[in-house]
Ligand binder design. Sequence first.
Ligand code: PMP
Length: 364
Amino acid sequence: MRPDPSLADLPLRPELVGEEPYGAPQLPDVVLLNTNENPYPPSEAIIADMARAVAQAAAGVNRYPDREAVVLRTALAAYLGHGLDASRVWAANGSNEVMTHVLGAFAGPGRTVLTFSPTYSMYPEYARNTHSGYVVVPRRPDYAIDPAEALAAIAEHQPSVVIITTPNNPTGTTTALEVTREIVAGTDAIVVVDEAYQEFSRTPEQTALTLLGEFGNLVVARTMSKAFALAGGRVGYLAAAPAIVDACRIVRLPYHLSAQTQALALVALAHAPEMLAQVDLLRQVRNDLLRRLPELGVEVVASDANFCLFGRFADRHDVWQRILARGVLVREVGPPGWLRVSVGTPEQTEQFYDALAGALEGIR
Ligand code: PMP
C-alpha cells in the first residue's frame, strides 16, 4: 500500500465507513456553555495538593499503576455511602469508559442495548464500538419514560443492557425512582441508571443507589466530570453487585487508569465538600434559566441538571450561529428546533442571555 493512504484504502470496519469522530466544538476565546462542564476550577490550595500528588505519582512512574485502583474505588465508595465498598465500585477514564466496559461485558455481537430517546448522543457510539445492536424507545412528549411501554419494548427486543439516564441529557428531565424500580424489577437485563448529573437534581437523595440492595442487575453510573469539576481528570465510576464489577475487570485494558489520574481523583475526593461547593450556586443559576428564558420568549424544558434545553426555533443552526457570533458557544443537540445551554457562572450566564436576546432580535 502507498504511504499515507486515505481511509478508503484501508480495511476499515464497514459500519465505520462515513462515520465522524464524536466532537463538540472546542473553540478558543468564547464562553463555553456547550459540554456541561463545571465552570469553576479548583482553588489554589487544591491545585497545590494535586501538583504534589502528581509529583509523588511521577516518582513511581517507571512502575505500572494499581491495576485495580483499590484506594480510589474505596474512596469513591465512601463518597457514595449507601453501605458500598470497593468490591461494589468500578472506576475508569470517564463514565464513557465505564459504560464501554459494561457494554463490552454484557452486550456485544448479537446482543442489543435499549434506551429511551431523546438521550445522550454517545450511547449509539458505545454500542457501535462494542459491536452491539442499539434500539431506542421514544419517551413521552414530556420526556418521561412510560414503564409499561418500557417493559413491552424490553419483552419485544430482549436487550441484554437497558440504559435509563436521569437527569437525562439533553432534556434535563428525571425518571422517578418508582419507574426505575418497575423496570429493573421487570427484567433480568443489566439496567444501567446513568446519574451523571445526579448532584444537580432538586432531589439528589432520590438516587438508584437506594435500589442496589434489592436488584442484582442494577448498575448506577456516575462521573467526576460535572458536579465534581474534574472533567479534565477523566474519572467515571459505577456502583453495582461485585459480580458486575468483576465482569468489567475482565474487559478493561490492563492498567487503564493512570497513576496520575488516580492521584488527581483521590485529591479531589479528599476535598469533596470544596470540589462540590459550587453545586448549590449552579442549581440557582439553572433555576434562573428556567425562569428567565420564557421571559425572553423561548420555551425551556424543566431541568434537574446543569444545562437547559431551550427552543423551539425554525432554524436552530441559524440561532446557534447568531449566539456564537456574540461570543457564546451553546450546543446544537436534541430534538429538532431545540438548543442546549450549560449552566455557567452567573456572569457567563448573563453573557448568554445578552447573546440570545441579540440573536433573537434579528429573527423575531
Ligand atoms: N453520561 C451522560 C448522560 C453525559 O452527559 C456524559 C457527559 N456529557 C457522560 C455520561 C460522560 O461523562 P464522562 O465520560 O466525562 O464521565
